[in-house]
Design a protein around this ligand. Sequence first.
Ligand code: BGC
Length: 435
Amino acid sequence: MKKALAMILALMMVLSLAACGNSDNPQNSTAGGESKAPVETQNSNEGGEVANKDKPLVWFNRQPSNSSTGELDMDAMNFNKDTYYVGFDANQGAELQGQMILDYITAHIDEIDRNGDGVIGYVLAIGDIGHNDSIARTRGVRKALDTAVEDGGAIKSDPVGINADGSATAVKDGKLTIGGKEYTVRELASQEMKNSAGATWDAATAGNTITTWVSTFGDQIDVVASNNDGMGMAMFNAWSNENKVPTFGYDANSDAVEAIANGYGGTISQHADVQAYLTLRVLRNALDGVDIDTGIGTADDAGNVLSDDVYKYVESQRSYYALNVAVTADNYKDFLDATVPYAPVSNQLSQDTHATKNVWLNIYNAADNFLSATYQPLLQKYDDILNLNVEYIGGDGQTEANITNRLGNPSQYDAFAINMVKTDNSASYTSLLEG
Ligand code: BGC
């Protein structure tokens, strides 16, 4: 009897030590970004009384929408009363990117035209022609550089392919007056960077394409623009760094910000630190049954709160949008590590009032630079702060089934965070929750 008691005591000690280790060491749940199995959680959907279709759901980074028209898929955004989208203000960011490039050209007008032919030539890497963020950025660059052509009130965003003589119909030759002198601007080439397997925003494709463009245009290329930093950096590393041609991206990934010191022209921070927080925060609030604004516009019990200069909420779209900031040679030193949680929302929640819950979350393409190098590391820091046990699933960027196959048993989770491969495909996920 005594022996049995001693054994039980010893077992209890081991278990409690293990539990301490778990809460004391935040690395436990972030190490290497491994997927974590759902844990038995206190108050956590015991007996499965919450139907999967009623569990909190957040779409992030790829807004449910029609990939041809851009129209928002409000059925997906209203899937249940606890469904939201988290992304960033694509138009405000796109305007900033265009303005950043224009400002650079203006400041460097004396040396920008490398071959002195009077034409400022640029090439543009497009991410995904059916993704609203990508479309907005293409439009932002064309608008700022006066190469935009409108169709039915909207700027065309189609790639031009090769436009050596300025005859493409999706763009026109722009005119910029700088220092009292008029310059012509031409989009020499643009292309959707999709690889042969179908993955979009593909950095390797951009790296290869710049080499082809250079063999066609040589020193007619004065500026390189990209819908994101993954592709921008691939072009910078393959060609423009060595040839001192300013290259502009988007996302403020750490490697791109660091490259500004070596001549990368600039990038835009889409405030991933705020977005990653919001992605998990809306789930936390719904799981806690508190007002959705808790820890967002209204301080929570740990003091977390966001000010309205870093995000906006559009109720009619059930969408939270982080605001963007330009990152250039003037301020890049403040952005060197893109994976630091945003200080005003980095206070640890208490287990007593916010017990651990299980979340299933997918990244549409495990090879996407922004999502894997910036967004996921941030999510992994916030999941500790918010007491969420998140299982991270990385997709192949090509097929929805590669991801949905790994949501075999939704009943194991308390909430879901979804990053679709294609913005039209919300039903591939919601049908699993309805089933
Ligand atoms: C990012 C891109 C990323 C894409 C994935 C965009 O918001 O800027 O870098 O490839 O999301 O959906």
